[in-house]
Design a protein around this ligand. Structure first.
Ligand code: 5GP
Ligand code: ZN
Length: 129
């Protein structure tokens, strides 16, 4: 298994979990880019949003049903962003589908300060919670 998020889903690499069920896992990003930064992943390997098809879209729909619970569990009470980076030009660094949940009290101030709504991902961190 060569995929870091497959390893996290399998528990081979530890993560700081927010939510888990049989189909998906949510855990805190190792390098938070917002006051609250959680990743939601399918437990099965899907490389990116570009690989979503009729065969796996029910799983993606499930993830979107779970996202409000994840946001609430992470203490987000006043809105959040859901982002997925797909492919080279979007700087996708982990090639396993994941949705960034970005929220927290000062997110809107941070976005205003940055002068952009664009989410810039951070470099890979490996093997840490
Ligand atoms: P991408 O750049 O692919 O959209 O986002 C990948 C995200 O995964 C980054 O925000 C990065 O900080 C996070 N990440 C990479 N490796 C690990 C890890 O081992 N543990 C956790 N919790 N997050 C990770
Ligand atoms: Zn994977």
């Amino acid at each position: 298994m060569d995929c870091i998020f497959c390893k996290i889903a399998a528990g081979v690499i530890p993560s700081n979990k927010v939510y888990e069920d049989e189909l998906c896992l949510a855990f805190y990003d190792i390098a938070p880019q917002a006051p609250v930064h959680v990743l939601v992943i399918p437990k099965t390997h899907i490389a990116s949003a570009d690989e979503i098809s009729a065969d796996n879209s029910a799983l993606v729909a499930h993830i979107f049903e779970v996202i409000p619970k994840v946001a609430a569990s992470a203490g987000i009470t006043n809105g959040y962003r859901v982002i997925t980076n797909c492919g080279e030009d979007a700087c996708q660094s982990v090639k396993h589908l994941h949705f960034h949940i970005l929220g927290g009290a000062h997110l809107s101030e941070q976005m205003a300060q940055d002068g952009t709504w664009i989410f810039r991902s951070s470099p890979d961190g490996e093997g840490s919670v």
